[in-house]
Design a protein around this ligand. Structure first.
Ligand code: 6GU
Length: 229
């Protein structure tokens, strides 16, 4: 998979060279390219923002650098998926990550300030499938941290990135429930013991207990997941 990122703070993404996604890049499974939006500006100050038409607080990202960036990154790619992280977008979920992990080419456009000129989103639809995607109901200063979270969630679902594919199955959200609790040695630690059932060797009973734990935790912490609301 190829992933292009456009940002005015490309060094945010340095962390993605670490760990699993770094290995995936060295192995040629993931081709991640981070670009500075200012590379598509031509004035002395490399200006990417301007005041909003109609007035109001803050600044808006100018359309011209975005248009040139998207033209260059989409060139030769048959309709890439173009993702703009935005608190006004659709929710990013594990199902969305699974879907996006099947794409050949993703482009992340990271906005800052009060956002990007609305015409950029319209224009981007002429080049690919455009998605505005939100991490949740809170506000970040820009799309960078959100894009990194999405790239990590998507990247680990690309076949070959996570060494043992079974470890992808029994995780929170993969089956619509939160994950069951995990324990390791020692069996007694600071007067706290591991649940007896896990030491019983009865794999059927362990599977049943884990499922009960998943349901109980989901009821307590995320009842919305059980009721479909
Ligand atoms: Cl995707 N972007 C920004 N700027 N803030 C957010 C977000 C995204 N998701 C939640 N808050």
């Amino acid at each position: 998979m190829r992933i292009d990122v456009v940002s005015i703070f490309p060094s945010y993404f340095d962390g993605l060279t670490l760990s699993l996604l770094g290995k995936a890049q060295s192995a040629g499974i993931l081709d991640l390219r981070v670009r500075d939006l200012r590379d598509w500006t031509f004035d002395r100050h490399r200006t990417v923002d301007d005041t909003p038409y109609g007035g109001g607080a803050g600044m808006v990202m100018k359309p011209e650098p975005w248009g040139l960036a998207l033209d260059e990154l989409a060139a030769g790619s048959p309709r890439p998926t173009i993702i703009f992280p935005s608190p006004a977008g659709e929710p990013f979920t594990q199902a969305a990550a699974r879907d996006l992990a099947t794409r050949k080419h993703l482009v992340f456009g990271c906005g800052r300030y009060e956002g990007i000129d609305e015409r950029v989103f319209e224009y981007a639809q002429t080049l690919g499938e455009v998605r505005l995607v939100s991490l949740g109901d809170y506000v970040l200063n820009g799309g960078e941290v959100a894009a990194m979270a999405m790239i990590e969630a998507i990247g680990r679902l690309i076949p070959g990135v996570v060494g043992n594919p079974e470890s992808l199955v029994e995780e929170s959200h993969e089956d619509g429930l939160l994950e069951y609790p995990s324990y390791t040695k020692p069996a007694l630690w600071r007067e706290r013991s591991v649940p007896d059932i896990l030491l019983s060797g009865n794999h059927g009973a362990i599977a049943t207990w884990r499922r009960e734990q998943q349901i109980e935790r989901t009821r307590a912490r995320r009842p919305d997941l059980l009721h479909g609301d």
